[in-house]
Design a binder for this molecule. Structure first.
Ligand SMILES: [Zn+2]
Length: 215
């Protein structure tokens, strides 16, 4: 079943992968600033209670949902509330079905989101679409931007802010989506951009590298 056409389904046990796919199909289907159709809004409203912070996201009530651009230049879905306020809502968290992310997960996720424009700019600046490890032809859709060992993404975060300092309210990542303070994100992005060594890898190489690091 095509997730974009699933507005009338009464199936409630939607798998995380399906929810993620539905979210990206919405981002493909609509233009920035455009509101979801009544049918798609219906699907969204049935999915929303699965979000761990659904009540906070809803606020005084949902007037509609539109595609927008968040503070870090990412396309995402925004809830437009009845009082006119807007808030981002990540389908990733809906897919988790009510499991609240730990503060550490929120922190790491906000770091990843903050670094995305930089990794995307790196990919867009590539002159040759070949894996920088094995040399295999690797077009845009077939590769991943890798944080080269030993400056993995994890070590890059740890080098920026040790665990014991992450509980400060300043560094709180709100609902696992982005930092509550924009300057914190800009600070991390500067650290990321001056520290990271990025590589363009084919998917098998990227998988191997990640496995090597996890051990
Ligand atoms: Zn490769």
């Amino acid at each position: 079943m095509n997730p974009a056409n699933a507005g009338n389904t009464h199936e409630l046990d939607w798998k995380p992968a399906w929810v993620m796919k539905w979210g990206s199909s919405m981002l493909q289907k609509y233009a920035v600033g455009e509101r979801l159709s009544a049918e798609d809004l219906g699907t969204f409203l049935r999915l929303l209670p699965r979000h761990h912070a659904a009540a906070e996201k809803e606020g005084p009530g949902v007037a509609g949902v539109e595609k927008g651009v968040n503070s870090w230049s990412q396309h995402c879905l925004f809830i437009v509330r009845v009082d006119g306020s807007v808030v981002t809502v990540g389908t990733k968290w809906i897919a988790r079905k009510g499991t609240p992310p730990s503060p550490h997960e929120c922190f790491a996720y906000a770091c990843r989101e903050t670094a995305k424009p930089s990794t995307r700019a790196f990919r867009d600046s590539l002159g040759a679409w070949a894996c920088q490890l094995c040399g295999a032809p690797t077009p845009r859709s077939a590769g991943e931007v890798d944080h080269a060992h030993p400056i993995t993404f994890k070590s890059l975060i740890d080098g920026w802010l040790p665990h014991e300092r992450r509980d400060s309210a300043l560094f709180t990542a709100v609902w696992g989506e982005e930092f509550s303070e924009r300057w914190v994100a800009e600070w991390f992005r500067r650290h990321h951009d001056s520290t990271a060594r990025l590589r363009w890898l084919c998917k098998p190489c990227h998988k191997n590298e990640s496995r090597r690091i996890d051990r």
